[in-house]
Design a protein. Structure first.
Lengths: 92, 521
C-alpha cells in the first residue's frame, strides 16, 4: 500500500464524498444491471415499485456487457447524459 | 557511530533479548552479503564459546533473512538478534559492518571496532576474555592465518534508499496527515480524484520524498511560512515541501519555492486578488542572483517555455500550494475568465550576465550576491518583433507601440508591465548607451496620446472616460501611471530580434505590487 502525505490544509476528510442528494424525485432514473445472474430479478422488482410509487419518473434500463469489468466509457457517458439518478444492482 | 543504548530485539527463536542486562556484553552488527562479516563471524563464535556465560556475545543481523544463512554458513551457536527494522542500527548511526561494541556489566561501552583490524581485534578479544573472568581459556583463533586489515562493508541502514526511509520515519518532523491509498487504487488516479493536481500528473508525495525535499532547507518543517489565501491556511515548510514534491521540484529548489510562497502571500503582492480576478494574470516568478546557476535554471533559449526542470517546477509548486493549501481553485475563488497556460506555473531567471544594466534585484536594493525572487502579477507572453531598428530610440519605439495595446490601446494610466528584452535587442539598446530609465521615459513619451485620441467614442466605446480626460483634450495622457511601472529584464536566446511583453494586472494598493524577497538558504 502506498502512503502519501496530505498536501492540503486538512479541513476536508479524505474519504470519497457522496454525490449531492437531490430534494425531489423528478426526471429520469437509470436502472443498471451489471449482468450478474439474477440481477435482472432485482432490477425488475425495483422498476415495478418505482412505477407504482413515482409514476411521474421516467425509467431507462441499461446493462453492462459483463459484471467482470468496469462499465465501458460510452455506457457511463450515455447514462450520465440521459439520467438524473442511477441505481446499480449487484446480484447473486 | 555511537554505541547503541538500551534496546529489545528478538532472536530467531522469537525470544526477546533486552540490553543492557547487567552482564558484560559484546554486540556484533553483521549482514549476510559482507565478506568481512564472513571473515569475522567464526572469530566472534570462538569468542562466544570461550567466554561461556561470563560475557553475552550476541550477533545483530541487519535483516531477518540473514540469520539462517549466516548460522548455516558459519555453524553459529551464539544468539542472533533480528534488527530487521534497522532501528537499533539507525540509533547507533552505524555505517560499517561488522561493528563491535564491548560493554561492561554496568552497560558502559569499553571498546569498539569496525571492519577487521587484526591488532584491534586481538585487543577486543583480550578485553572480552578479561571481562569474562576467564582469560585462561583463550578462544581458538589462528591469528596468523588472518589478514592484517580488511575493511568492512557499508551497513544496510546507510543504503541510500533505506537511509531516506529510515530518516523519514524517525525524523518526527513530519506532521501532515498520512493518506493510505488502497492496494487496488492507482496512485495517480487517486491524486487526480482527490483534486490534488492542476490537471497534470504529480509526483506522489511519500514521506521519503517529502523528507528528502526538506533537506533542501535548514528551516524547521513546522515553521509557518505564510497564510495562504483564500482560506488563509497556514503553509508550513512541510506543507510547501509536499507540494514541491508533487510539482516535480528538487530539494535544492525548496528555498526558492518557500520564498516565492512568502512573497506571494504578502499584502503588497496580494495573491488573493490575483487569484480572484476575472483577469488573466497569475504569479510570475523572476529569479535573480547566484542561485540561478546552482539550480541550473535556463535563462537562454526558450527561457519562458518548457523543458527546464527548475523553471517549470518552481512556478508550479507555488501554484499547487495556492491550490492545495490555500484552497484557491479555478472556478471557485480563482475566477479567471480565460486564464492561460502561464497559470500552471511561470518562473524564469534573468540573464544578468548578458545585460548591460543592473539586474532587477539590484535595482530594488539588493546586493548582486543576493539571490531573490520577484513576484509579478503577469500575463502570458506577448512577443514584439523588431528586426530593423539599429538604435535604441527606434527599437524602444517598437516596444512602446506594442505596449500600447496592453489592456486596450485606448486605456491609460495603467500599472505594471514587464518587458523581457532579448540579447540581440539589448545589444542594440546598449550600443546607444541607454539606461533603463531612458528606455522607460522613451516608452512613455512615444505612446502618450492626446486625450481626444483615447476617449471612448461611437466607433469604440472602450477608452479613457471623459471625466479622467479632463477639459483639455489636447493634453497628452501617458500609457502607464509612471515610468517605474515598466519593469525591464534581460533573458532569451542569442539569436532572434524578438522581445516579450508580460502584461500585468491592476497595480497598486488595490491590486498587486511586484514584490522582491531575498532567498534565505
Amino acid at each position: 500500500m502506498v502512503q502519501i502525505l496530505d498536501p492540503t490544509d486538512e479541513r476536508e476528510p479524505v474519504q470519497r464524498q457522496l454525490a449531492g442528494r437531490p430534494e425531489a424525485l423528478v426526471g429520469t432514473i437509470g436502472l443498471l444491471d451489471i449482468s450478474k445472474p439474477r440481477g435482472d430479478v432485482l432490477i425488475d422488482r425495483i422498476e415495478e415499485r418505482l412505477r407504482e410509487e413515482a409514476p411521474a419518473v421516467a425509467i431507462k434500463r441499461y446493462a453492462k456487457p459483463t459484471y467482470t469489468k468496469p462499465a465501458p466509457d460510452n455506457l457511463r457517458q450515455q447514462i450520465k447524459k440521459e439520467c438524473d439518478f442511477v441505481i446499480e444492482a449487484l446480484a447473486d | 557511530m555511537n554505541p547503541p543504548g538500551a534496546f529489545t530485539l528478538s532472536d530467531d527463536q522469537g525470544t526477546a533479548h533486552h540490553f543492557p542486562n547487567h552482564t558484560p556484553t559484546l554486540l556484533a552488527f553483521v549482514k549476510e552479503d559482507c565478506e568481512t562479516c564472513d571473515l569475522t563471524l567464526p572469530l566472534i563464535e570462538a569468542i562466544h564459546q570461550a567466554a561461556g556465560t561470563g560475557v553475552d556475545v550476541v550477533a545483530i543481523a541487519q535483516g531477518s533473512a540473514d540469520i539462517p544463512v549466516l548460522r548455516d554458513r558459519h555453524h553459529l551457536t551464539m544468539p542472533m538478534l533480528d534488527d530487521a527494522g534497522l532501528d537499533v542500527s539507525y540509533e547507533a548511526d552505524l555505517d560499517t559492518v561488522p561493528s563491535l561494541f564491548l560493554y561492561d556489566a554496568d552497560g558502559h561501552c569499553r571498546f569498539q571496532t569496525y571492519g577487521f583490524d587484526k591488532d584491534q581485534w586481538q585487543e577486543l578479544t583480550t578485553a572480552t576474555m578479561q571481562m569474562a573472568a576467564n582469560s585462561q581459556a583463550a578462544p581458538s583463533i589462528n591469528w596468523d592465518a588472518l589478514p592484517n586489515l580488511k575493511p568492512g562493508c557499508g551497513a544496510r541502514n546507510v543504503d541510500p534508499d533505506v537511509a531516506v526511509r529510515l530518516a523519514a520515519r524517525k525524523s518526527g518532523g513530519l506532521r501532515a496527515r498520512v493518506i493510505d491509498i488502497g492496494a487496488h487504487d492507482d496512485v495517480h488516479e487517486f491524486l487526480f480524484d482527490q483534486g490534488f493536481t492542476d490537471g497534470l500528473a504529480v509526483v506522489p508525495p511519500t514521506a521519503e520524498r517529502v523528507w528528502r525535499m526538506l533537506q533542501g532547507t535548514k528551516r524547521d518543517p513546522q515553521e509557518v511560512v505564510a497564510e495562504v489565501p483564500p482560506n488563509l491556511a497556514p503553509a508550513t515548510v512541510e506543507k510547501i515541501a509536499i507540494n514541491a514534491v508533487m510539482a516535480g521540484a528538487k530539494p535544492e529548489y525548496l528555498p526558492v519555492i518557500l520564498t516565492a510562497v512568502e512573497a506571494a502571500c504578502t499584502d503588497e503582492f496580494n495573491i488573493h486578488g490575483v487569484l480572484g480576478t476575472t483577469w488573466v494574470s497569475g504569479p510570475v516568478i523572476v529569479v535573480n542572483g547566484p542561485i540561478r546557476h546552482r539550480l541550473g535554471m535556463n535563462m537562454k533559449m526558450n527561457v519562458l517555455g518548457q523543458g527546464n526542470r527548475a523553471n517549470s517546477t518552481i512556478g508550479r509548486a507555488l501554484q499547487l500550494v495556492i491550490r492545495n493549501v490555500g484552497g484557491g481553485r479555478p472556478g471557485e475563488v480563482d475566477r479567471a475568465a480565460q486564464g492561460g497556460p502561464h497559470k500552471v506555473g511561470f518562473c524564469f531567471p534573468e540573464w544578468e550576465e548578458r545585460s548591460p544594466w543592473e539586474p532587477l534585484h539590484v535595482e530594488r536594493g539588493f546586493a548582486p550576491s543576493d539571490s531573490t525572487v520577484t513576484l509579478f502579477a503577469g500575463n502570458g507572453p506577448q512577443p514584439v518583433a523588431d528586426q530593423r531598428s539599429r538604435n535604441a530610440a527606434s527599437l524602444v519605439a517598437s516596444f512602446a507601440l506594442s505596449l500600447e495595446t496592453h489592456w486596450h490601446r485606448k486605456l491609460r494610466n495603467l500599472g505594471e508591465v514587464m518587458v523581457v528584452v532579448s540579447p540581440e535587442h539589448v545589444d542594440t539598446i546598449a550600443a546607444s548607451g541607454w539606461s533603463k530609465d531612458q528606455v522607460r521615459r522613451h516608452i512613455q513619451t512615444a505612446i502618450a496620446r492626446p486625450a481626444r485620441d483615447v476617449l471612448g467614442d461611437e466607433d469604440c466605446a472602450e477608452g479613457v472616460p471623459s471625466a479622467l480626460a479632463g477639459d483639455d483634450l489636447d493634453r497628452k495622457l501617458p500609457k502607464f501611471r509612471d515610468d517605474s511601472m515598466i519593469n525591464l529584464v534581460v533573458a532569451g536566446g542569442e539569436a532572434g530580434m524578438f522581445s516579450v511583453i508580460l502584461g500585468g494586472w491592476a497595480s497598486g494598493p488595490g491590486g498587486s505590487i511586484s514584490t522582491t524577497r531575498k532567498i534565505e538558504e
